[in-house]
Write a protein that binds this ligand. Structure first.
Ligand SMILES: Nc1ncnc2c1ncn2[C@@H]1O[C@H](COP(=O)(O)OP(=O)(O)OP(=O)(O)O)[C@@H](O)[C@H]1O
Ligand SMILES: [Mg+2]
Length: 359
């Protein structure tokens, strides 16, 4: 029998042996055989991502190309992500929540996390299903943005005000969340300062002081942005965490999943995924669409003006995230990072978001 309790943790590329792949394949087909493993790409970023090709004889049920996420082998991202255990959170998500999520997700072949021992996520490569991974610098069309907003509304509608979710899944806003809040608050000011400098002329001078004030008061502002109706949120909806099944979006990278205000996902998405021109033109109609679809999902008593205000306030977070990512370095491709800063800064400026969170 294939034993799903057999360990599949990976620490370095050489752990990807035939024996290891055999354990994964045997979860699906107990008597299948693996003949070879070819590691054809190792990409070290916020996590280490390995692409492998596995030769086996269970091709009907198990794909040949796999995509594996393990903690980063690079020192800086490792320090930033290991303490809050982001990958552990993603493993928990796939193991205990993903089955009920009304979104397209990658196929998971195995997922394991052991305290102090590491975490590993083994997925079917998107290419196996003719899915196309998005790139973080993609600028989405109105149609694409509209589909993403529709899916976000489905997710947010389904889990809205489900406090039972938090009780059943304490890890959602648990340890990792607390550590992240503490680390984030401690580091926000120095990183914001450095990021603003490094971004040079990309961020209007008049945003600098408000951005620093935000960073200095991050904890309070984060609380303020978490007072309205809550639901399950992805919290990192930039175009690099979306994949495409033809015209339909799917969602990757659930390391930051939590309970929060749904509109925060919409703000993060629109601030990072759309050319500012296109966002300005369509954001009102995209928000109307979001409200309409939440209503279709059975949500009642929505106040559109309030939602628009919350949208404007929540734009400060993608701005912070992109600037801090630049300041940390090594977490996102440099040109891409600058592009997302440019987009998010435009959104914050258009909506006077820093003034909104003071009011
Ligand atoms: N199953 C998969 N098959 C093929 N490619 C994938 C798969 N999952 C993710 N990718 C690609 O790898 C990239 C990184 O994946 P993911 O976002 O999950 O990892 P990450 O280390 O958390 O990245 P980051 O912090 O940079 O967002 C994605 O943007 C996507 O292009
Ligand atoms: Mg990602």
């Amino acid at each position: 029998m294939g034993n799903p309790n057999q360990h599949i943790l990976v620490h370095r590329p050489r752990d990807l042996s035939v024996k290891w792949a055999q354990r994964v394949v045997n979860r699906f087909v107990p008597d299948a055989k693996v003949f070879g493993v070819n590691v054809y790409s190792v990409d070290v970023g916020t996590s280490t991502r390995l692409r492998i090709e596995v030769q086996h004889n269970a091709t009907e049920l198990v794909p040949a190309r796999w995509f594996i996420k393990t903690p980063s082998l690079a020192i800086k991202p490792r320090m930033i992500t290991a303490l809050p255990r982001f990958l552990h959170k993603e493993v928990s998500f796939y193991r205990s929540l993903s089955a009920g999520i009304p979104l397209k997700l990658p196929r998971i072949l195995a997922a394991e996390s052991r305290f102090g021992r590491g975490s590993t996520l083994v997925m079917s490569d998107l290419a196996e299903h003719d899915f196309r991974p998005g790139r973080a610098a993609d600028a989405l069309s109105f149609d694409q943005a509209s589909r993403v907003v529709t899916h976000l509304a489905q997710l947010h509608g389904q889990y809205r005000n489900k406090s039972s979710l938090l009780h059943a899944h304490r890890w959602l806003n648990g340890f990792s969340h607390q550590v992240e809040t503490h680390m984030g608050s401690l580091m926000a000011y120095p990183f914001m300062k450095r990021g603003l400098l490094q971004a040079g002329g990309l961020i209007a001078k008049k945003l600098h002081q408000p951005a620093l004030n935000y960073a200095a008061n991050r904890r309070t502002i984060k609380q303020l942005l978490n007072t309205d109706s809550k639901t399950l949120v992805h919290y990192d909806c930039h175009p690099g965490n979306i994949f495409w099944a033809g015209a339909e979006p799917g969602f990757l990278d659930w390391q930051l999943v939590r309970i929060g205000e749904g509109i925060g996902d919409v703000a993060y998405f629109m601030a990072t995924a759309m050319e500012p021109e296109l966002r300005r033109k369509h954001e009102k109609s995209l928000l109307d669409q979001y409200v309409e679809q939440l209503t279709n999902a059975g949500v009642t008593g929505l106040d559109e003006d309030n939602l628009f205000r919350r949208y404007r306030m929540h734009l400060v977070y993608p701005f912070e995230a992109m600037v801090v990512t630049l300041a940390i370095g090594g977490m996102m491709q440099y040109e891409t990072n600058l592009e997302l800063i440019r987009r998010a800064a435009a959104a914050v400026e258009d909506h006077d978001s820093f003034a909104m969170i003071k009011a």
